[in-house]
Design a protein around this ligand. Structure first.
Ligand code: FE
Length: 286
């Protein structure tokens, strides 16, 4: 967009580089949120980027493991992942697809690569549930790529609208609690884009191809690939590809501002609830 929006542009409040780690049965990934450096961006508890064309980095996958008290959101860029849960749900996540899973009171599932070579690339985001919804029934939103609208703003500027609305398109994800905005933005070198982000939302920008400049003029911050920029206050964000083509995710949501008690795959509001989750899992009640 070439016109300047009125209101306040969001600046980068903190720039935090992701940390290489491994999870599941040894899947190598870049953990961006959910680290000592960046514990959370309320309501987002974790963001992992997995990207490798070396099967030994991902082939072991994420065998059976539980979740309770939050949502896991998987966005596949490349590759195929099969999920199964203990309630008989199964699905295949392919390139461009999204699975928004509400674990609620609990599921036990596996997420395993359905390929033995080639590139596996995508994100997993954890979204907190408010205390009142933590024990809700599990729910899946399995979203095929063709259900995600792509908005072409001008040549060299486009966005896939996974959640929320932008450029006259609405994303398919339903979540009235945090009213998420989740965009996958592609910017050709030298191009810029202004995106409205509701003033009450918290959020972040994460470039996964090239680097992106956030903010206007001298107040801007350049984020290198693999570095998250936590957004400060304002009602829109300006994104620019100042040094080559760029691609990024912009994720924002209404913060919950509730206590967070987390232990591995369980996220509750008190440690008593965590102990109950562990007991329920160990006795097969998830
Ligand atoms: Fe999982």
């Amino acid at each position: 967009m070439t016109t300047k929006m009125n209101g306040t542009a969001r600046a980068v409040r903190r720039a935090v580089r992701g940390q290489p780690t491994s999870d599941g049965a040894g899947v190598r990934l870049n953990r961006v949120i959910g680290t000592a450096a960046l514990a959370d961006v309320d309501p987002f508890l974790m963001l992992d980027e997995f990207r490798s064309d070396d099967a030994s980095d991902y082939i072991a996958g994420f065998p059976d493991h539980p979740h309770r008290g939050f949502e896991t959101v998987t966005y596949m860029l490349e590759g195929r992942m099969r999920h199964h849960d203990n309630q008989g749900n199964s699905g295949l996540l392919g390139p461009g697809s999204v699975q928004w899973m509400t674990a609620g009171r609990g599921i036990v599932h596996s997420e395993m690569p359905e390929q033995v070579d080639g590139l596996m690339w995508g994100f997993q985001l954890w979204v907190n549930l408010p205390a009142r919804d933590k024990m809700t029934a599990p729910r899946y939103q399995d979203i095929a790529p063709e259900r995600i609208p792509t908005v072409a703003i001008e040549p060299g500027v486009s966005a896939r609208v996974i959640a929320g609305s932008f450029g006259g398109a609405a994303g398919p994800v339903q979540n009235t609690t945090i009213a998420p905005l989740y965009l996958d933005v592609a910017l050709a070198s030298g191009r810029s884009l202004e995106v409205p982000v509701p003033a009450a939302h918290e959020g972040f920008v994460y470039p996964f191809v090239g680097s992106v400049r956030v903010g206007d003029g001298d107040d801007g911050t350049t984020l290198a690939r693999g570095t998250a920029g936590v957004l400060g206050a304002g009602d829109h964000v300006t994104l620019s590809a100042s040094d080559g083509d760029a691609r990024l995710i912009l994720v924002a949501g209404q913060p919950l501002r509730e206590p967070v008690a987390r232990y591995g795959p369980f996220v509750m509001t008190t440690m008593d609830e965590i102990r109950q989750a562990i007991l329920d899992y160990q006795s097969g009640r998830l």
